[in-house]
Design a protein around this ligand. Sequence first.
Ligand SMILES: Cc1cc2nc3c(=O)[nH]c(=O)nc-3n(C[C@H](O)[C@H](O)[C@H](O)COP(=O)(O)OP(=O)(O)OC[C@H]3O[C@@H](n4cnc5c(N)ncnc54)[C@H](O)[C@@H]3O)c2cc1C
Length: 393
Amino acid sequence: MREPVRKRTFQYLVLGLGGIGSAAAYWLAQQAGADVLGLEQFPLGHVRGGSQDHTRIIRLSYHNTTYVKLAQAAYQAWTAVEADANELLVYKTGGLDLSPAGSRLPLSDYTNSLTTRNIPYELLDAAEIMHRWPQWRLPDHVTGLFQSEGGLVAAAKSNAAHQRLARAFGATLRDNAPVTAIYPSGNEITVVAGGETYTCEKLVIASGAWTNHLLAHFGSHINLTVTQEQVTYYASPHLADFAPERFPIWIWLDEPCYYGFPAFGEAGPKIAQDVGGQETTAESRTFEIDTAAFQRTDTFLRQHLPTAHGPVITAKTCLYTMPPDRDFVLDTLPGHSNVAIAVGAGHAFKFASLLGKILSQLATTGQSEHDLSLFRFSRPILFTENPVKEFMV
Ligand SMILES: Cc1cc2nc3c(=O)[nH]c(=O)nc-3n(C[C@H](O)[C@H](O)[C@H](O)COP(=O)(O)OP(=O)(O)OC[C@H]3O[C@@H](n4cnc5c(N)ncnc54)[C@H](O)[C@@H]3O)c2cc1C
């Protein structure tokens, strides 16, 4: 049902209501209530972007301390939303990073970052891992990093919570309203969406795979790679062994890089490959399952988690949007300090509420208490011709 929208002038306008934009609307609405408008081109909760499905991994173990520090703040942001929403969104199952000998992603990057931030973790050999989680079949040369705070965020549920709360704080959220034109002029920005014209003082762009479409209205373009990723759920005959209380989220830290979840939202565990998808665009993407990618994850599962394997319950596709260095974009637009932008680089859902909070800070005060130097819009690699792409993080 299209919400009657009388108001045309807002202080803040959020463009895109996926994981990050919905969070930005929530954090902005706490401060500016009815002066916040959120616009989404598809129905809320749609499956065409990067933020749908039941689960996303949340973890403190990252390859550098900037992300570890941000992840610590991300947990706090989720705790605040959970309190407001009066519902659990983060489920701590523990997180297991698995590192085969000679792996492409050095485990020491992760252990060093955690140690620097005084975050406890355990290093386990293959025998100890299989003792604790007999679901695993691992060669001796595999080492595991277990961090107890790791877990999953209930993705679709979190998006709905952010949207519900934003509206409860007074914001207007309009879906099925594609933004087709943006006219920035000094302190006022005019936006045309779904046949209506709005003006705002501050604009937040959180439009995922469509980012360059929106940047075109500012005469700008950045290097972004969009890939069509996929996840598969299996009807394991040993379902109880994959309950969240008995099976931690996991990441196979190598190339190819696989990751997985206990059973949540579907009646079986989930597996996927990080950056296992083909390059595409938001327009030309399909919902077809890539059989070669499916074979890779299926083979890995049969080899290392044989009791998880069973009939496929479902397989789904989804979009990554990645700068060449796979670091976020989180900044205001050069020359347009009243426009804040975020791009999640295919690993941002765990940070979604925090990134929404940071966008609200950039929109309201132009700055944030967090170190955003890694995420600058003006960093050269976003504009370099034929940039070197490093997607393994
Ligand atoms: C398969 C898969 C697994 C992942 N696993 C993890 C994980 O385990 N942990 C983790 O932290 N991250 C993970 N991620 C990454 C994470 O989900 C994304 O980084 C994040 O969800 C991106 O959110 P977003 O809001 O930027 O993008 P989106 O959710 O795509 O939102 C952008 C929104 O903008 C809207 N929009 C665009 N253009 C317009 C317009 N012109 N007018 C109106 N609306 C517009 C779109 O319709 C869309 O709703 C995964 C991603 C995928 C695809």
